[in-house]
Design a protein around this ligand. Structure first.
Ligand code: FPP
Length: 246
């Protein structure tokens, strides 16, 4: 983040920088398999891409970056792969401590954090508490996250309050629903990027992406570069967002 903005960054229109970008980081496994390596090597290389893209976002002036790091479905992967991902996450939280502090980035999470191993939860809590006063950018890690599970939780929370007489039925509005999701008062993502070429949403931020611009690139996450990221931002800025109007 101490590096100077590149020429391509300067070609972006400052008034049209998205406030919130969400990314489905796909393709780590294929990246490794193509090189006859263990899939875990792909996740390791993917961690370096995380670092690079977080830096780029901070430098460009993005307010919120949400990364799909581990889905509710990912618990069905082999135990060794899950363990390796948890170790990588812990490593990332430790090694990025200074980087987050120096660059005024606040770390937050969305998802079923209580399902993560205790040592990972501890490291997350430490990183969230040491960065909680930072107001330059928010980095949201989606961990054991699933959009449907999030919606079920929201319905239960609102139904409980309604049953207890704390909420009138008329008070149930889209805004109230949003407030009861993990993302709370965050602005909805303006841009959703998926690497790895698959044209699907994979249970990510189902409610929140209602009006997000979607960009899918064939590039596998470990190969995803700052240059391509800036190109996508440039393409986003050329799109006309109508929000259902004409
Ligand atoms: C999808 O690739 C990626 C994941 C399930 C995990 C994402 C994790 C990282 C980028 C590294 C660790 C995260 C942080 C925040 C440090 P895949 O394995 O499904 O790839 P494939 O579709 O090619 O098999």
């Amino acid at each position: 983040m101490n590096s100077k903005p590149s020429f391509s960054t300067q070609s972006l229109e400052p008034s049209k920088i998205p406030s919130h970008i969400a990314i489905i980081m796909d393709g780590n496994g294929r990246w490794a398999e193509k090189r006859l390596m263990n899939r875990i090597k792909g996740h390791e290389k993917g961690s370096a891409t995380v670092r690079n893209i977080v830096r780029s976002c901070r430098e460009i002036g993005i307010d919120h970056l949400t990364l799909y790091a581990f889905s509710t479905e990912n618990w069905q992967r082999p135990k060794t792969e899950i363990a390796a991902l948890m170790t990588l996450l812990k490593k990332f939280l430790k090694s990025e401590q200074k980087e987050l502090a120096d660059n005024n980035i606040r770390l937050k999470t969305i998802g079923q954090i209580e399902r993560l191993p205790i040592d990972v939860q501890k490291e997350l809590n430490r990183a969230m508490s040491t960065t909680k006063a930072n107001d330059g950018m928010q980095l949201h890690l989606a961990l054991s996250y699933g959009g449907r599970a999030e919606i079920v939780k929201m319905v239960k929370d609102i139904a409980t309050k309604a049953k207890e007489g704390k909420i009138e039925l008329e008070a149930i509005t889209p805004e109230l629903v949003s407030e009861h999701l993990y993302t709370g008062h965050l602005p909805d993502p303006d841009l959703l990027i998926r690497t790895g070429g698959d044209m699907r949403i994979s249970n990510f931020l189902l409610w929140q992406i209602a009006y997000a611009e979607i960009y899918v690139t064939d590039t596998l996450w470990p190969d995803f570069s700052r240059e391509e990221f800036v190109k996508i931002l440039f393409a986003y800025q050329q799109r006309e967002r109508r929000f259902g109007k004409i």
